[in-house]
Every structure is written in C-alpha cells, then in structure tokens.
Design a protein. Structure first.
Length: 309
C-alpha cells in the first residue's frame, strides 16, 4: 500500500505527530486541527469521482502547522478505526495553486487507519476516523526551508476525497489449511512448538525456483503487487546455517512483495493466505554468491502467509 501522503509531502507524518501536541482521542465525527480559519476561503466544485474538483482559495496559502479540515461532507457511512479508506488526492502548490499531483483518474489509494498510523500521524488519523464516505478533506502543510541536500518547498494543499472504507483483512496467527505431502528430495521441514525447522542435509542445488505448499491455505490469492504479513525462517543451502527468522524475533514481518528478492516475489505470487510454503531459491534469484551476511548462494525458506493487503 503506497503511503501517498508521505510521498507527496516528505516528512508530513513526522510533522503531524509532533505539531501542536497530541490531539484528543477520536470522536464519532471527523476532527479538524491546526489553523483551520486559513482554509475558510477554500471552495470546491465537484467533477465526479474520476476527475479532480475545481479548487479555489486565497493565495498564497501560508500555514505554520499542519492543518486539516472537512471541506464538504459526504452522505455515506462514517469511516471507522482500523478500516482501510480508499481515497483520491489532488496536491496543489499553496503559493500559486499549480497542480503537483492528481490521482483522481487513477486507481484509488488505500490508507489503513491502524493504531500504527494513529501513532505516527494522529492529526490525519483523527480527520479520517468519523468522516463520511464522499467527504472532501483539506490538508495543508507548511512551507519547508532549504536544508542540506534539499531545496526549499512551498506550502502544499491536499484535497482528499474519501471514496470508500472497508474492514482491514484479518491477519492469522498461524497457517490454516490442508496439509500437503511434498515430493521427495526437498528439504525436510519439522515443527517444534509451532516453529518450523529446516534440515537441508543432502539436498541438491536447485536448477530452478521451487515453491512447494506444505499447507494449502483457503484465503485470498497473493498478487505480486500485494503487501504480505508473514512468519518465516531462512537457511543457506550449502551450510545449513539459519541466517534469519521472524519466529526468533517473535514478531510477524510485513513488506511489499515487489520489494524483496525475486525468489520470494515469483515463488509467493499465486499462493494463498493461510499457506505454509517451502521455497528453494537458486542464488541468481536471491543475493548471488556474494550474499548478504550469511545469506549466500542458494537459499531455503519456510514462509507462513498470514495476511495480505
């Protein structure tokens, strides 16, 4: 899931977490924050869901702290905590009103209103939670002075339309599905206290990627563009040495499937939530001979797919 707000306004999430102290806990309706009077001149003219609204405001827009306000209220249900809101965003230069980005004609962007998001960006979180579907939110960010390696940035104004909201997909605690008997010749996988253990003794180097279900889950099918929540353990095939394990850290891992080694992207795409998958990955689809730390050469993983979004 793209963190669109962070992409459009670098550092905004940090600013909102620090500016003006911690806002109060969310009420049943959306909360405004900051210098909202400076948004009183803002006027929107609707052009439909797939086209950005016409925006009029007094220029230049100059705020000294992150500011958010509901500009027009929709007629749908209210967005709830822990839901995923789908939005379209128009980003404008606060100084002259020129367009910086426009996602209205593209696929909606998703914002997960999780506890983590609330901690990092309470002002934005409190504006979304309680807003009605169809509402337009205005978010203004202060200008940023030039710093080492970064040019000065003008104030920015985001017009965010809340298109829909849905409950976040459930994340499993462990794999759930039908047990699958793997073919001979693959690494042996046993389980101790719920944690998979790998034995790679005598296993031949793979000529191609192997992605073998050990448990076939009944959940959603994974796409290469998804963000996964998993538990996993990895060993180097040549040495049998474990080099990484989320089980050891006692913390599930979440990451975009497009942002990992090719063996994971290719091997897990098409699998299903709830599955436990054995991956035997040739070195050219991993980190090569040089490796990363002990993750050298051909690698073997057991991956429990617990959630997807």
């Amino acid at each position: 899931m793209r963190r669109l707000l962070a992409i459009l306004i670098p550092g905004l999430l940090l600013l909102t977490a620090c500016g003006g102290g911690q806002p109060a806990a969310p009420e049943p309706t959306s909360q405004s924050a900051g210098e909202t009077a400076k948004l009183d001149s803002l006027k929107l003219t609707e052009n439909g869901d797939k086209k950005a609204p016409k925006v009029e405001f007094t220029k230049p827009l100059d705020v000294t702290e992150p500011t958010v306000k509901v500009v027009t209220e929709g007629s749908g249900e209210r967005v709830k905590a822990n839901q995923i809101a789908e939005v379209s965003v128009l980003a404008l230069n606060g100084k002259d009103g020129s367009t910086l980005d426009d996602t209205f004609a593209k696929e909606p962007q998703a914002i997960e209103l999780s506890d983590d998001f609330k901690t990092k960006s309470p002002i934005i979180y409190n504006a979304f939670v309680g807003a009605k579907i169809g509402s337009h939110l205005a978010l203004a960010a202060p200008a940023q002075a030039a710093s080492q390696g970064a040019a000065a940035q003008p104030s920015q104004l985001l017009i965010i339309k809340v298109l829909s909201a849905k409950d976040a997909p459930k994340v499993l605690d462990k794999p759930e599905g039908d047990t699958v008997t793997p073919p001979a010749g693959l690494p042996a996988v046993t389980e101790k206290d719920g944690v998979p253990e790998l034995n790679v003794k005598g296993v031949a180097a793979p000529k191609k990627l192997i992605a073998q279900d050990l448990i076939k889950g009944k959940g959603a099918e994974v796409k290469a563009t998804d963000t996964l929540t998993v538990n996993y353990v990895g060993v180097a095939l040549a040495s049998g040495k474990k080099f990484d394990s989320s089980f050891d850290r006692k913390e599930k891992a979440s990451f975009p499937l497009s942002n990992v080694i090719k063996g994971w992207t290719q091997g897990l795409a098409g699998k299903t939530v709830g599955s436990r998958v054995l991956l035997v990955i040739p070195k050219d689809l991993a980190y090569g001979d040089a490796g990363q730390g002990d993750a050298k050469g051909d690698l073997v993983f057991v991956v429990d797919i617990l959630g997807v979004k």
